[in-house]
Design a protein around this ligand. Structure first.
Ligand SMILES: C[S@@+](CC[C@H](N)C(=O)[O-])C[C@H]1O[C@@H](n2cnc3c(N)ncnc32)[C@H](O)[C@@H]1O
Length: 447
């Protein structure tokens, strides 16, 4: 017979059995809670990944659900890109499009920020009007195929092969392009650009202001050694961030949300493993409220940054004797960019082609639209169009294949609303015909 408890008179053995059942239940409960905490933590991470993606590519909250299924993807660099807009430009096909933005100044484009990316696309452009140039990061969407090779033959190297990463070839892993464009003006949600080398329909992934203090080594070298300049630059940066924080207008939902989330993340949330069920329950609640408010910065990111900054080791640089560029002794470029083996061409127009070009009306001419003269869409005058055509042709836009195998064939390209027909001789290109753009002709195997 088991002894009885001297306080309550209950059977001690029975009581011990009840205690051990309760212990088991507590253990189970703890495991369940641990599991729930782990699941919430995972959920939280996926939201963090989704929103940092929203921050990066312009997703808004309603679009984020699609990325929740790939929380680890971002960490591994596998992001799903979302175009912020599509280029509308004076170049409709690759053929004849300048190889770099500097080749043809009047090459104009517009970029309208998509309504699906920001509720108020024009808000994303506030402040950008203070810059004269912007970096455009885009997709070479008309590469035709996704294949790429480690070595390529840039047209300017006339058949010689170099590593793809020493070139600006469109055919590269990820098909990303980078253009420094002139920002002519911003109207609402639309950027008006010039000096571009992208064809119409190019999906744009990002825009960043061109800041010589950061982006040009010439200016950067000066900045490092000139404390006054550094102060100006820091002030400029401070102004930009305070502008972001203060210049909120009602209806600025996206910006408000991101600012709110950033503020919350500074408080952080403790994600150390719970030691007791009580801790687990309280952590669970914290995680739940945190996740519900979509607080999105990984709690350990500051820590990670510190570690990577401190532990950064520079790879040993290969010492190569490279000639410096111009007066700037800190910058070097490949010889073939400065002195390409392909020389620039003289460009001439036949009298007939010249006359045909002059018949075109400028984009904003007061002539009635029903007038039967053809009209430019982007270009401002026949002179500007002539300069653009000269610029394109003098850089010899032919592929190496065409230059060597189809030397005698006519070359066609479009610029704005103009179809250009020309031919190439030794050291020159001649424009034979200028016509308003028509439907595309049969595919030319040489193009
Ligand atoms: C050599 S790439 C340089 C582009 C950019 N400046 C860069 O460095 O990444 C420029 C050429 O890419 C081609 N191109 C432009 N837009 C394109 C697009 N959306 N898809 C495929 N090719 C394109 C045109 O033939 C143009 O001459």
């Amino acid at each position: 017979m088991s002894p009885l408890c001297e306080h309550c008179g209950e059977n001690m053995k029975k009581m011990n059995q009840q205690v051990s059942v309760m212990r088991k239940e507590i253990k189970n409960l703890r495991q369940t809670l641990d599991g729930a905490v782990r699941a919430h933590r995972k959920h939280l991470m996926s939201i963090q990944a989704a929103v940092s993606k929203a921050d990066f590519s312009g997703h808004n909250k309603k679009d984020c659900t699609s990325s929740l299924s790939a929380p680890d993807a971002l960490e591994q660099g596998n992001i799903q890109t979302v175009p912020i807009g599509y280029i509308s430009s004076c170049f409709s096909v690759k053929n004849g499009t300048p190889r770099q933005p500097t080749i043809c100044g009047p090459s104009r484009a517009q970029l309208q920020i998509q309504q699906s990316v920001f509720n108020n696309p024009e808000h994303a452009l506030v402040g950008l009007e203070q810059y004269s140039h912007v970096w455009i990061i885009f997709l070479f969407h008309k590469n035709g195929h996704q294949s790429y090779k480690a070595k390529v033959k840039p047209p300017r190297l006339n058949g010689q092969r170099v590593g793809v990463y020493s070139t600006r070839s469109p055919h590269r892993p990820n098909s990303l392009g980078l253009t420094l464009a002139k920002l002519d003006k911003i109207q609402g949600d639309t950027l008006h650009l010039s000096d571009i080398d992208m064809i119409a329909g190019t999906p744009v992934l990002d825009i960043k202001p061109y800041i010589p203090e950061y982006d040009s080594l010439n200016t950067r070298t000066g900045l490092e050694s000139n404390p006054d300049l550094q102060t100006v630059s820091e002030e400029k940066e401070a102004n930009i961030s305070s502008f972001h924080l203060e210049d909120k207008t009602p209806g600025d939902e996206d910006e408000d949300e991101i600012l709110h989330l950033r503020g919350k993340s500074e408080a952080g949330v403790c994600l150390t493993p719970p030691q007791t069920p009580k801790e687990a329950v309280s952590l669970l609640k914290e995680v739940e409220s945190y996740a519900n408010e979509a607080d999105l910065t990984p709690p350990d990111c500051e820590e990670r940054d510190k570690v990577s900054d401190c532990g950064k080791t520079e790879p040993a640089a290969e010492i190569v004797d490279r000639p410096s560029y111009g007066s700037d002794s800190s910058t070097t470029i490949a010889d073939w960019i400065r002195e390409p083996p392909v020389s620039s061409l003289d460009v001439r127009f036949t009298p007939q082609a010249q006359k045909q070009l002059e018949a075109f009306l400028p984009a904003h001419s007061p002539e009635p639209s029903e007038c039967d003269r053809p009209r430019f869409k982007f270009l401002r005058s026949p002179e500007e169009a002539g300069a653009a055509i000269r610029a394109v042709l003098s850089a010899d836009p032919r592929s190496v294949y065409r230059r060597t195998r189809c030397r005698d064939r006519l070359f066609f390209f479009s610029l704005d609303t103009v179809d250009v027909t020309c031919w190439f001789g030794q050291g020159f290109a001649e424009v034979l015909e200028i016509r308003p753009v028509g439907p595309p002709g049969p595919e030319d195997p040489c193009q």
